[in-house]
Design a protein around this ligand. Structure first.
Ligand code: KG4
Ligand code: ZN
Length: 335
């Protein structure tokens, strides 16, 4: 089998990223995050598209250069097909299509959520199939039964907000800049997780709901600020620790249920929220108690990146799963 070199492009949200994979091994992984959204408290789609447009050429050049490859050495070009922001996806897709056409090589269209799961195969130790993956990001909260590199089944998901969205909206109420998840994580480490209680919504089966807790948090802050205008600053660490503890508890109760339901003993995490230190600690403890094997990608592979797109593309290439110039992007691509 010849060496397979694939260039992968990720542009579904607010990171412009490119990576090169040479035979299952990531040879380069380059990312440009867009700081422009910080002041708006969320990603502004039009600004994201414009930033992708500016950054895509230098990011791709850098990815090829640090992999020590010329574009003529590539065997395929991969891009994120969806889910994501339409205008953002289009920049990556159009660039990938043009490059592949120019070079006369095949195109691979990757599902962003499959790629998040496959981030677990970038470094060792790697899970064996089948396993359960909890994919938690700014746009998704999913429990996925992973049967192979290319076959995944959604068995539970959020019915409203994603858990990352809940982290970010709660952080916004506390006046942290976007994305606020990492700030909550940071301050939570010095706080008392049992100082404040928040009501949780428990959905039936393996589904989640995070919109209620966000609203409850808003009223909690408003009520307390009426009594003490300095409430947030005074109790910052305890507020962060308590709300984070509640969100983690909501995630873990469904993970426990899903592991029992599937009868599996291998659990993986994926997505930006998997970078959360409190969650990593709590899930490690639960896995040790239950005797589960636990897999968590390095932080840089949890948040959006192109290495995971490259990993998915590699397995799609082996499975002859190719796209073409007519392959459209899918902002709401189902799993
Ligand atoms: O996977 P990702 O980079 O992008 C999406 O596909 O959405 O996930 C971004 C999300 C944001 O909501 C961000 O606040 C959250 O991941 N996040 C965290 C942490 N690091 C990133 N949430 C909690 N604690 C963290 N340490
Ligand atoms: Zn993502």
């Amino acid at each position: 089998q010849k060496n397979i070199n694939i260039l992968a492009i990720e542009s579904s949200c607010d990171e412009t990223a490119a990576a090169v994979i040479c035979n299952e091994k990531i040879a380069s992984n380059v990312i440009a995050s867009q700081s422009i959204h910080e002041i708006y408290g969320g990603v502004v789609p039009e600004l994201a598209s414009r930033a992708h447009q500016q950054k895509i050429v230098p990011i791709v050049s850098q990815a090829l250069k640090s992999a020590n490859l010329t574009k003529e050495a590539l065997h395929a070009v991969a891009f994120t097909r969806g889910p994501g922001l339409l205008g953002a996806l289009l920049i990556g897709a159009c660039f990938a299509k043009s490059l592949a056409l120019g070079l006369g090589i095949p195109l691979v269209a990757v599902h962003h959520m499959h790629a998040h799961v496959l981030a677990n195969f970038i470094e060792d130790p790697q899970p064996t199939f089948p396993f359960l993956c909890l994919t938690i990001s700014g746009g998704h909260t999913q429990l996925v039964l992973v049967n192979s590199y290319t076959s995944m089944q959604l068995i539970g998901q959020t019915q409203d907000d994603a858990v990352g969205e809940a982290f970010d909206k709660i952080a916004k109420i506390m006046n942290f800049s976007y994305p606020g998840g990492p700030f909550i994580d940071h301050y939570a480490q010095q706080g008392n997780p049992h100082r404040f209680d928040f009501p949780t919504t428990i959905m039936p089966g393996l589904d989640f709901s995070f919109s209620g807790i966000k609203t409850a948090f808003l009223y909690f802050i408003r009520n307390n600020i009426q009594k003490n205008s300095n409430f947030i600053a005074e109790y910052q660490a305890d507020i962060c620790a308590s709300i984070q503890h509640t969100l983690i508890k909501m995630l873990l109760s469904k993970v426990k249920k899903a592991m029992a339901y599937t009868g599996l003993n291998k659990l993986a995490l994926a997505g930006g929220v998997a970078a959360n230190k409190g969650l990593r600690q709590a899930i490690n403890q639960m896995a040790a108690e239950k005797g589960w094997q636990l897999f968590i990608p390095a932080t840089e592979y949890c948040t959006d990146n192109a290495a995971m797109i490259a990993m998915a593309a590699h397995y799609q290439y082996l499975a002859n799963d190719f796209a073409n110039v007519k392959t459209n992007v899918l902002p709401n691509m189902p799993i």
